[in-house]
Design a binder for this molecule. Structure first.
Ligand code: ZN
Length: 167
């Protein structure tokens, strides 16, 4: 297993959509293992393939390992459906945008459908931090980051802060 280098903002790979995985392969299995290794080392609770420079629709997450038992999930070709329009606001950080965070509103409850590494199509309902995490990682597959959720002025300020911190 390998800890992969992280792609950092404003790399253009964080700003464009990723391609569907056409076929499961040993390459994808290796990618998933390396992404878990990279996420735990960072340390983070979610990581999407574009964050390691791979423009494919894959993300990994483990919403619980920092506070208790690990619950690793690897999602290939994920899809999200909103179950409840109720929104909650959480402070979100991103491994590709180190040093800053933003309060972001997202639907509270979602259904996440994905193919696992064995090729089985799975469906789970998520709420709480797991729902936030899945939506954040899904954003990466569409080329969206936390900045894209902010009003123009708040975005400009946060981008300035990020540039100053990483100058
Ligand atoms: Zn992120």
């Amino acid at each position: 297993m390998t800890v992969l280098p992280l792609v950092l903002w404003p790399d253009e790979r964080l700003q464009r959509g990723s391609d569907a995985v056409e076929q499961l392969s040993t390459d994808i299995a290796t990618l998933v293992r390396d992404m878990f290794e990279t996420m735990y080392a960072a340390p983070g609770r979610g990581l999407a393939a574009p964050q390691v420079g791979v423009m494919q629709r894959v993300f990994v997450m483990d919403a619980t390992w920092k506070d208790g038992d690990p619950t690793p999930v690897a999602c290939i070709n994920p899809e999200i459906r909103i179950v409840d329009q109720a929104v909650c606001c959480n402070e979100e950080a991103c491994l590709s945008i180190p040093g800053v965070s933003a309060k972001i509103n997202r639907p509270k409850r979602i259904a996440l459908e994905y193919t696992d590494v064995e090729g089985v199509r799975c469906s789970v309902e998520l709420e709480g931090f797991a729902a936030v995490c899945a939506q954040h990682e899904m954003d990466h597959l569409e080329g969206r980051v936390i900045f894209d959720h902010l009003e123009p002025r708040a975005r400009a300020e946060l981008e300035d802060t990020y540039r100053e911190m990483n100058a």
